[in-house]
Structures are given as C-alpha cells and as structure tokens.
Ligand binder design. Structure first.
Ligand code: GLN
Length: 507
C-alpha cells in the first residue's frame, strides 16, 4: 500500500498545496488502492479513473498558478451512491436506477468540486439507504476491512469501508437513522450526522425527508470537520435548509485538541448505556467516559425515558415517508422500464417495473408505510409515532438544559457476521437503537472510535450528541477525547486498522 493512502486528508492537503506531491499522484495512489482491494471489499459501485485524474490535474494546474480553492483542495473523496453526480451514475444500489446518470450535481458535490476536492467514485449502500448492514444492496454486500466475514454496517457501508481501508481519505454518507455513525463505529472511523438542515439535501435521493441528512466520514475528527465545512451551510435549493451560519466545527476541533474539557457538562444517557450492550462495548464505552472525566468534564447520568419509543416510532415514520418518496420510481421518468412492449397498460408497466426493480427490504418498507398512512391506520400508527417523536424531542430539550453534550455507545454491538440478521428484520433494526433519537429530534451527533471490544477485537464507537446548531460542541469533546485516546495508547487509532490478506485480491 502506498504511504499516500495512509495520510490524513489534512496532511494530503498540506502536501499538495505545498507542491510536495501532486493531487494526480495522490489520486492515482487511491485509485490503485481501490483496484487492489475493492474486489474483496465491494465498497465502490462506480469508479471513473480518467475523470478523477482529470479533476486532479485541473487542481494541480490551479495550485501551480497560485490558486488554492479551499483547505481540502487536491484531496480525493468518495461519495455515497444516493447523492447525484453529473459525471457518474447514481444508482442508490437499486436495479430500478441502474445506469441512471443525473443531469445535475447535488449541492454537496458541487461544493466538493468548488473546494478543489477530487471525487473518486460512488460507494455501495443498502438499497435507497434502507438498512444497517449493507446487505440490502442490489449489487452485493460490502465487507468490513477489520474482518471480511463481517458487515461494515449500513447504510453508508461503502463509504465507511472505503475510508477505513485507505481507498479514500474522506467520504460522504447519508444518515436517516444512523447510517453514518453506525458504519463509522463498525469500521473504526469518525462519522458525523450534522444538525438537520445545515447540510443541503438537494440532490440526495430522498428516503425519509424529515430525517435524511448528509454528513462526513474521516479517519480523524479534524478530517471529518474540514469536510463538514466544505459541504455545509445554507442552500436556497433545499427548502429545509437553515439560513444560519454553520457551527464552527473546525475551530471547535482545534480547541478540543488543544485543551481540556474543564467545565463541559457531559450526560450519559442511562437508557442507552446499560444492559443490552455487548459486554465489550460497554467496557470500551465506560473507559471512554472515564477519559472524559479525566479531561475535566463534569459527567452526570441523565434519563431520556422516551428514547425507548425511538425505534418503533422511526420504523413507522421512515417507511411512511419512503412510501411517498419512492412513488416517483414509476418507470416513466428514470431508470428501469419493464413490460413496455405494447401489450401492457401504463399501470401494468409501473407495477411490473417496481416488482422487478425494488429489492425485498424496499418493498417491505413501502408496504409498512402505505399501511401506516392509510385512512384506517393513520391515527393509530403514523399519528402515534409522531407523538412519540415529540416526546423524544422533549427528552433531548430537558437533558440539554443541564448538559452540553450527551454520550452513549454508538451501537450496542460490534460489527456482526454477514448473514446473521438478514432473516430477522427486528434484530437488524435494533442496531439503530442509539442513533435514531437524534434523527427524530434533528440535532447533531457523531461517532468517534473508542478502542476495540475485549470480546472480539472489533472497533467500538463513542456517540457524542449535541443540541441543534451546536455541532461544534460534539466536535470539541470528540477531538479532546481522540487526542487523549491516542496519547495514552501511543499509536493513532487509525493506524491500527488491520490490513487483512484477503483484501489483496489483485495487483
Ligand atoms: N438502519 C436504518 C434503516 O434501515 C437507518 C438507515 C439510514 O440511516 N439511512 O432505516
């Protein structure tokens, strides 16, 4: 593996901008790494070498003439394949969109390009971001770089595995119920779900519009923060975009890494931090909380009793919105069309296409959502789920009255074996227990690695949650924690991500 694929995004940017190395060399190193290992990982669905190298060349030329577009100019990045890109397909890992090329870039992709970043390709995901293991992709599961017999988490499993395995220094994902933080935890990297409305959803294929949020992956808190500032901020093209300054996440990260956490009030959410967690996860979490205390934080326990309704409420609200959003895949406008041979009516073509084009989990959600929104069930199901959502919002508000941030494990277990939960959707849904409350309330949260579990040697995530528009608080705490963690172990955690032989499938 080239040394260049081990560097942080911050270090790549520094070297490219100082012209110690070219963006073309860095981009080529990552493309070579993808060629070498992705046969084993399946993290990428589309890579276009020539387009990526041409973009890198253009950035190099600009830098040579004295123009640096932004702090991450010259750095390659991977993009989840539910985010629209003009020069690459956008499939959402679904047969129904196979081969579709959007006529436009998502706002976040335009901002990557404007900032001089180099998109490498599009990453695998659970179909339409519905899943927590990446096994729902129509194009095959993604494998976890720590142990290829295990899932990388989902739905942004491709972006997480790519970042962990050095195929990309940075990646974009989307988080509707945990799909950035959960795979971040399972692959030992940082994953961030920003405050709802602070990163544009324009060009993100909608799953559940009131919950969906684009966010970042990096192997360090600073890398995730730098990317967050490139993509974030108001966008008039997104009707739910908040017209407010983006929280200063890079500055907060620097402050966290410089200082202690004296006076920071940290609430441990009792409902998420006790029994029900795998023993090794709980130990790693408890150790992380001890580090926060040692850094000077005031740690207290807080009760968020309504969080126990989060999973059932989410699995009514998200499918309800999905059933409406996915109505647009009607065979008339995009992608697949089945049965258009003159012998079928329009309605028949629509249903033949949806039958052939959607996978089983997507169909399950469309049916649950359609039922929950039907006249006879609306009040009992969808309406009650919305009431539970309000209770969760209130629990957060009460907890944030006396805490600056809240913490929990990101996921109750480490990465589970491929196939273990595919026939048990409820077990699969429980992987989102700790992450869903934040999506329902719209606030910010991130996952930062907090070591490995003593039971299986797999990475564990510490979730740090902050109030809406106070994402910077989560970054500050995570950065202080990250530095203390690496100082006490003597090795940056990112350097401990293993290189399993099975990944070296070619070259
Ligand atoms: N695992 C959750 C689900 O299946 C979350 C997905 C997501 O955040 N996109 O809905």
């Amino acid at each position: 593996m080239s040394e260049l694929t081990r560097l942080s995004a911050e270090e790549i940017a520094r070297r490219v901008q100082a012209r110690e190395v070219s963006s073309v060399e860095v981009t080529r190193a990552h493309l070579d790494r993808i060629e070498a290992v992705d046969g084993g990982l399946n993290a990428f669905l589309h890579v276009d070498r020539d387009t990526a190298l041409a973009a890198a060349e253009a950035v190099d030329a600009e830098i040579a003439s004295g123009t640096v577009r932004g702090p991450l100019a010259g750095v390659p990045v991977a993009v989840k394949d539910n985010i629209a890109t003009k020069d690459l397909p956008t499939s959402c890992a679904s047969r129904i969109l196979e081969g579709w090329r959007p006529p436009y870039d998502a706002t976040v992709v335009r901002r990557l390009r404007d900032g001089g970043l180099v998109p490498l390709g599009k990453t695998n995901l659970d179909e339409f971001a519905m899943g927590g293991s990446n096994e729902n992709s129509a194009f095959g599961a993604v494998r976890n770089p720590w142990d290829p017999s295990r899932v990388p988490g989902g739905s942004s499993g491709g972006s997480a595995a790519a970042t962990a395995a050095g195929e990309a220094p940075l990646a974009l994902g989307s988080d509707t119920g945990g799909s950035i933080r959960q795979p971040g935890a399972f692959t030992g990297i940082v994953g961030v779900k920003p405050t709802y409305g602070t990163v544009s959803r324009y060009g993100l294929v909608a799953f559940s519009s009131s919950l969906d949020q684009i966010g970042t992956f990096g192997r360090s808190v600073l890398d995730a923060a730098l990317l967050h500032e490139v993509i974030g901020g108001h966008d008039p093209a997104d009707q739910t975009s908040i017209d407010a300054p983006l929280p200063p996440v890079v500055e907060a990260t620097m402050a966290g890494a410089r200082g202690d956490l004296a006076g920071v009030r940290v609430g441990v959410v009792r409902e998420l931090s006790g029994e029900g967690n795998q023993p090794g996860v709980l130990t790693a979490f408890t150790d992380a909380v001890r580090v926060l205390t040692d850094l000077g934080a005031d740690v207290v326990e807080v009760d968020c009793p309504s969080f126990t309704y989060a999973v059932p409420a989410y699995y009514l609200i998200a499918p309800s919105e999905a059933s409406s959003n996915l109505a647009r895949f009607d065979a008339m406008r995009y992608g697949l069309r089945v049965g258009d041979d003159g012998s079928h009516s329009t309605d028949e073509v629509m249903s033949l296409t949806r039958e052939a084009g959607f996978g089983p989990e997507v169909k399950r959600r469309i049916m649950i959502g359609t039922h929950a929104l039907s006249a006879g069930s609306y009040d009992a199901l969808y309406g009650r789920a919305q009431k539970a959502r309000t209770l969760i919002v209130r629990d957060f508000a009460a907890a944030f009255e006396h805490c600056d941030v809240l913490v929990s494990p990101t996921v109750p277990t480490t990465a589970f074996p491929l196939g273990e939960r595919v026939d048990d959707p409820v077990a699969m849904y429980l992987a989102d227990l700790c992450t869903i409350p934040t999506n329902l309330a719209g606030n910010a949260a991130l996952s930062v690695p907090c070591g490995v579990s003593s039971d299986d040697g797999l990475p564990v995530g510490l979730q740090v949650m902050a109030p809406a528009l106070a994402d910077d608080r989560a970054y500050r705490v995570a950065a202080a924690y990250e530095l203390a963690r690496d100082t006490s172990s003597g090795t940056p955690f990112a350097a401990t991500i293993p290189e399993p032989a099975v990944l070296e499938t070619s070259s």
